[in-house]
Structures are given as structure tokens and as C-alpha cells.
Design a protein around this ligand. Structure first.
Ligand SMILES: *Cc1c(COP(=O)(O)O)cnc(C)c1O
Length: 348
């Protein structure tokens, strides 16, 4: 039998997080409000020429540069953050190098780190980011540090100065702040980019813009480093349909603002219900809430499913045993979601 590199052979089999998509899907933090109608209009207006040709990523990078107010040389458009993570980890992690992150967090970090043959160093964060733990575990071998802020699956947000302390203390490591949910909490390190040679920030169109299916991500960092990543980034990694929709998505900030306002209210409703039911939850700065159910978590997920609502059992994520992550729904969908949570808890 053919043998891929050793680090790939030892990876655990990947199970798609998508069990069933039959119902109201609150399992993957997608945008429950859909996407801007202007994006749909642009998709419907795609021409045969646009579809048959390779997309021009550079045009998209110019638009993002204007939107984020940073030079285009510091921007790499990717096929979602997942694609950015693969490029980034491959670039900075050689076999034996160390990847540092704190559990619980995004499951792609350990998976990609392991695939690169890196030594995966897992810290544990509580309510606060374990800054001192990060500093204590920094070594000459530490080449990549990955932090999602706000974090997934907890929804917790770390203080900007805490993050910068880590960036400051690790000048020889590439530090990635994954800001997939930054729009929900009004905190970003984008304005700090000019002050660091090792700070990278990832953004996505999958969440507040509602374009998860189109796949569009952004990696920003020092211009010299982004230039190096460009050398091996596949030239047509971003598809033409996604590129065509970028301008319409950015232009409809009213859609984004309305969605964010709804998600804030919906998260507070879920949290209030948890408090009433005596369930422990993590106060969320994103579009989902992590709730501790306990040993009955699988039964809870089943009970929600019977009511037509798909939620995510996060038990396989270290620190989230017995927990469920529920993506916040729209104002219109929320009464049904709250009723289902209430009934499912009673039933288990
Ligand atoms: C959802 C999410 C992403 C988004 O990934 P895409 O590939 O852009 O869809 C990235 N990071 C975290 C932490 C997420 O939760």
C-alpha cells in the first residue's frame, strides 16, 4: 500500500461535522439570516464568461484593502479561513517544530499542525486566555501560535493587550489571531498590524456576511511574509463566483449590522434561558452559545433533532465534555429554538 508522509498516516479519521442538514441548522455557526439579497442578485447575473474564466484574486484583494484600510500587499484572499490556515501552517511549521494553542479552541489547528508533523502543544484556558501559560511554554521551537478571538467553541473574547503581550513575547513565532467572529465584538488587532513583524490576522465572509458556501477568507500579515506565502499559494484558490460577489457583500453593511444586532439579542435570550434552567453557559461575544448539559448531552442533541433543530455536541473538544454549541438564530426563528431547548431539557 502507498504510504503518505508519516504525519498524515497517523492522523485520526476525519468525521464530517455535518450529520444531517435536515432542519434548522444551528450546528456550524452559519448565518441563519442567509446572505444579502444583493449578493444573490450578483450571483444570478453571472455571465458565461465570468464562470468560464479564472477569477482575478488581485481585484478582490484591492477591495478588501480599502475595506480594512490596510495596503493590498498585506492581504491574501483565500478559499475560506480553512485554506488560509493550511497555507499558514505549511509555511511556518516544519516537522518537529512546535505549534502552541489553548484548548478548547478551533479543531482545525491541531489537525493541520499534526498533518505538518509539528509537535502540538496544548494549553488550557479558562474564562480568561491563559496568557502566562503561553509565555511559560514559549521556546526556541515554538514556530506558530494560533488563537481564535472571539474563541470557538466558547464565544469568549480575549483582551487586546493580552494578545499583544503574546505577540511581543514571541518574535520568532508566527502568531495567528483568527478573527472569524470579530465583527460581533468590536475588537480587532487589524490596527496593530503595522507594529509587528510576526502578527497575522484571519477574517472570513462565512459568518456575518453569510457566504460560507461561497468560501472566501482573508489572511493579513506583514507585507514581506504575505509575499512569501503568495509564492506557493495556488493562483486560483478563490473561485470566480465568490470574487464576483465580494463587492456586493461589502457594500451591504446594513445586512451585516442588522444580523449582528439580531445575534446579540438571540445570544442574550439563550443565555437567560440557560440561567433560568440552571445550565452553565459561556457568555458569548459571537453568534453561538456553548452550554454545559452534562452526561445527557447526546440525548439532548437527539431531542433537539426530533424538534427539527440541529445543534453541535462538542464533547470531543478538550474542555467541552458534555457541552453543546448552539448557533444563534434569527429573531423570527428564536421562539421555536427557545421552546425546543426548554422541552429537550425537560425530556432528558
Ligand atoms: C467558522 C470559523 C472559521 C471560518 O472558516 P471558513 O473556512 O472561512 O469558513 C474560521 N475560524 C474559526 C475559529 C471559525 O469558527
Amino acid at each position: 500500500m502507498l504510504k503518505p508522509r508519516a504525519s498524515i498516516q497517523t492522523l485520526a479519521p476525519h468525521h464530517s461535522p455535518i450529520l444531517s442538514r435536515d432542519g434548522l441548522c444551528l450546528d456550524l455557526n452559519e448565518n441563519a439570516a442567509g446572505c444579502s439579497p444583493n449578493v444573490l442578485a450578483r450571483l444570478r447575473a453571472l455571465t458565461a464568461q465570468e464562470v468560464s474564466r479564472y477569477g482575478r484574486r488581485e481585484d478582490g484583494e484591492q477591495l478588501i484593502a480599502k475595506h480594512l484600510r490596510i495596503p493590498p500587499e498585506q492581504i491574501l484572499l483565500t478559499n475560506g479561513i480553512d485554506d488560509a490556515l493550511a497555507l499558514f501552517f505549511f509555511a511556518y511549521l516544519a516537522p518537529g517544530d512546535e505549534l502552541l494553542f489553548a484548548d478548547p479552541t478551533f479543531v482545525m489547528y491541531p489537525m493541520l499542525g499534526q498533518a505538518c508533523g509539528a509537535k502540538v502543544v496544548r494549553l488550557r484556558s479558562g474564562e480568561d486566555l491563559a496568557v502566562d501559560e503561553f509565555l511559560r511554554h514559549l521556546s526556541r521551537q515554538t514556530r506558530v501560535i494560533a488563537i481564535a478571538n472571539p474563541n470557538n467553541p466558547t464565544g469568549l473574547v480575549a483582551r487586546r493587550l493580552d494578545l499583544l503581550r503574546i505577540v511581543d513575547s514571541a518574535p520568532d513565532a508566527a502568531v495567528l489571531i483568527d478573527e472569524a467572529y470579530a465583527e460581533f465584538c468590536d475588537q480587532t488587532l487589524i490596527r496593530d498590524l503595522p507594529n509587528y513583524t510576526n502578527l497575522f490576522i484571519a477574517r472570513t465572509f462565512s459568518k456575518v456576511y453569510g457566504l460560507a458556501g461561497l468560501r472566501l477568507g482573508v489572511l493579513t500579515g506583514p507585507a514581506d511574509q504575505i509575499a512569501l506565502l503568495r509564492r506557493f499559494c495556488p493562483p486560483f484558490n478563490v473561485n470566480a463566483a465568490a470574487l464576483a460577489c465580494l463587492e456586493a457583500a461589502l457594500a451591504d453593511q446594513a445586512f451585516v449590522d442588522d444580523y449582528i444586532a439580531q445575534m446579540k439579542r438571540s445570544c442574550r435570550q439563550i443565555e437567560s434561558l440557560c440561567a433560568e434552567l440552571g445550565l452553565r453557559f459561556w457568555p458569548s461575544s459571537a453568534n453561538f452559545v456553548l452550554i454545559r448539559i452534562g452526561s445527557q448531552v447526546a440525548a439532548f442533541v437527539e431531542a433537539m433533532h426530533r424538534r427539527g433543530i440541529i445543534v453541535r455536541n462538542t464533547s470531543s473538544n478538550p474542555g467541552c465534555e458534555g457541552c453543546v454549541r448552539i448557533t444563534a438564530a434569527t429573531e423570527e426563528q428564536m421562539p421555536r429554538v427557545l421552546a425546543a431547548i426548554r422541552e429537550s431539557i425537560k425530556e432528558i
